[in-house]
Design a protein around this ligand. Structure first.
Ligand SMILES: Nc1ccn([C@@H]2O[C@H](COP(=O)(O)OP(=O)(O)OP(=O)(O)O)[C@@H](O)[C@H]2O)c(=O)n1
Ligand SMILES: C[C@](O)(CO)[C@H](O)COP(=O)(O)O
Length: 244
């Protein structure tokens, strides 16, 4: 009997065994947290926020081949000291970030030059509670759509404000963007080769002009540690064992 041909991949999509890569961006200064150090180094249940995030991506079930951690250029030694203090053995490459999140992602991407193909997840180093399921969903969707991002529905009512007042919005048509945002690596390279724009607050927005970004279900527990109360909520979720 003749063997049926293997399903063809659409042009531009990675091969089925393309390596999974990750860029954890932790190059920010944490202005809104107002702490004595960047929030990625604050302790959450006794360990740095960034270590929690790194550990989530080091889950063997996710099969991530290489991780790049982007840090503020003057904080590389802080992280190295923390790695020694907390006996971190998870392999990762360190890269100095830039003045904006966009510049930090671009620096992280440059460190993956050895990979002509692959799926690269970009994740905020300050989203330490991301679940394996959410990460897996973005890699799987990126394998078939080239671009995927985690998102959740707003839980509150939403209004658009203007100088004339405010107008109610249909929240069922809105999504709150999370990370990971995961892409075929050449697509992400082409997107990040373009000039930075002021509205580039996430990677989906950088890729938008080149490719439709497939949204996948995020998780309300995948919170971004931004202000002090986020740390309290993260502590509570971890302590209750409900943080995935
Ligand atoms: N120049 C920058 C700015 C931000 N980030 C990273 O992007 C993620 C999301 O950014 P945000 O929460 O805004 O972090 P900060 O910039 O540190 O916070 P703030 O805006 O309050 O200063 C964080 O993991 C942050 O470290 C980065 O890698 N490089
Ligand atoms: C990438 C992001 O976490 C998606 O929600 C977010 O856009 C980062 O935004 P910030 O302005 O750096 O807080």
């Amino acid at each position: 009997m003749k063997t049926p041909p293997l399903p063809r991949q659409a042009p531009g999509l990675p091969s089925l065994n393309a390596p999974r890569l990750a860029i954890l961006v932790a190059g920010g200064s944490g202005t809104r947290m107002g702490a004595d150090r960047p929030k990625q180094f604050l302790l959450l249940r006794g360990e740095p926020v960034l270590l929690h995030t790194l550990r989530r991506f080091a889950d063997p079930a996710l099969r991530v081949a290489e991780m790049v951690v982007v840090l503020p250029k003057d904080q590389l030694t802080t992280w190295q000291a923390l790695c020694a203090e907390f006996a971190v053995t998870i392999p990762h490459r360190l890269v100095a970030g830039g003045g904006t999140r966009w510049a930090s992602v671009k620096a992280g991407l440059a460190a993956l030059v050895a990979y002509p193909e692959g799926l690269v997840a970009v994740h905020d180093g300050v989203r330490p509670l991301v679940s394996r399921a959410v990460v897996e969903r973005t890699y799987a969707a990126a394998a078939t759509h080239a671009a995927a991002a985690a998102a959740v529905l707003p839980k509150d009512s939403v209004r658009l404000v203007s100088p004339h007042g405010s107008a109610a919005q249909n929240r069922s048509r809105l999504r709150l963007m999370q990370t990971p945002q995961t892409f075929e690596i050449d697509l992400l390279r082409r997107a990040y080769a373009m000039p930075e724009l002021a509205n580039f607050t996430d990677d989906a927005t950088v890729v938008d002009d080149l490719c439709r970004v497939q949204l996948v279900e995020g998780d309300y527990r995948n919170l971004k540690i931004t202000t002090p109360e986020d740390l309290l909520v993260a502590e509570a979720l971890l302590s209750s064992g409900s943080a995935g």
